[in-house]
Design a protein around this ligand. Structure first.
Ligand code: CP
Ligand code: NVA
Length: 317
């Protein structure tokens, strides 16, 4: 799967949306929505009637902070009938120079799947290459595919098919943006990206989307990107793994990209506002927007749970 080589090539990893075909991704969204509908009224701790992952163990490894990813994967795996183990990278021998490859080989003997949050994307790939069990990307410096699956699901719940819609991104060209770019090509929507020139998208990402024929345009003008959009997205100005010393400079560069009421007013009148959270209120988004009627940020957070259950089931099928 996903062009991986060696022992791991037949394993269903979930590393990037770019690795998967549109039908698979669409099937995951449908499964997430069906599972969500079937759980209405059930307590969070109740197991889904079909318990498809009964007897399976998921390891959750966090090398960085997390609230949503950690809890939604943990609860989601239990709802599927499985169990979880949560570890921080700093508690593991990884922090004492055991290689990621050896860690992957060992985990493959104990558990059925691994979700890992690790800044260095190359280490995620190395883990997958040396793992005989599925590896799921819980965020790297490069991408955050589980987040954007929940975002696509949320858009469709709110506004119908995302195919043919226009999504605008205003802010840093970070990991969440990369997954939005991958999603635009795979789900067939237009993406308008506004970032300061100093923080613009990587050339490899631009080349990728060109080669894939995705409708993605990059600009430095936030108003132009948002004009008439069906959905406006923002994210932190400083991401995990960014140099903290560069914080003041990033804030200066990104101030014109804040999603506030005047910027939101340029979007379509029923546009929705999305943010993966955690939000930095008064920075990338104002209270008026994130707490306003167009914001769907808590549906997005909830949908992490439902979308990831579909991903877990797919990985372990
Ligand atoms: N959106 C997201 O991944 O949140 P956490 O960092 O809390 O997991
Ligand atoms: N871009 C943010 C997303 C957090 C969920 C970060 O990487 O810190």
């Amino acid at each position: 799967m996903g062009g991986r080589k060696g022992i791991a090539e037949m394993v269903r990893h979930f590393l990037d949306l770019a690795d998967l075909d549109p039908d698979t991704l669409r099937g995951l969204i449908a499964e997430g929505r069906e599972r969500k509908a079937r759980r209405q009224g059930l307590p969070h701790g109740a197991v889904d009637a079909d318990a498809p992952l009964e007897g399976r163990v998921l390891a959750l490894i966090f090398d960085k902070h997390s609230t949503r990813t950690r809890i939604s994967f943990d609860v989601g795996m239990r709802q599927l009938g499985g169990t979880t183990l949560t570890m921080s990278g700093s508690d593991m021998q990884l922090a004492r120079e055991e290689t990621i490859a050896d860690t992957a080989r060992v985990l493959s003997r104990y558990v059925d799947a691994v979700m890992i949050r690790i800044i260095d994307h190359a280490l995620l790939a190395e883990m997958a290459d040396n793992s005989t069990i599925p590896v799921i990307n819980g965020l790297t410096k490069l991408s955050h595919p589980c987040q954007v699956m929940a975002d696509v699901m949320t858009f469709e719940e709110q506004r119908g098919p995302i195919k043919g819609a226009t999504v605008a991104w205003s802010g840093d060209s970070n990991n969440v943006l990369t997954s939005w770019v991958h999603a635009a090509a795979r789900f067939g929507f237009a993406l308008r990206v506004a970032s300061p020139p100093e923080l613009s998208a990587r050339p490899e990402l631009r080349e990728w989307v060109k080669a894939e024929g995705g409708d993605v345009r990059f600009t430095t003008d936030a108003e132009a990107a948002v004009e008439g959009a069906d959905c406006v997205v923002s994210d932190a100005w400083v991401s995990m793994g960014d140099d903290d010393a560069a914080r003041p400079k990033r804030h200066n560069l990104l101030a014109p990209y804040q999603v506030n009421a005047p910027l939101m007013a340029r979007a379509s009148k029923d546009a929705i506002f999305m943010h993966c959270l955690p939000a930095h209120r008064g920075e990338e988004v104002t209270d008026a927007v994130i707490d306003g009627p167009q914001s769907v940020v808590f549906d997005e957070a909830e949908n992490r749970l439902h979308a990831q259950k579909a991903i877990l089931k797919w990985c372990l099928s």
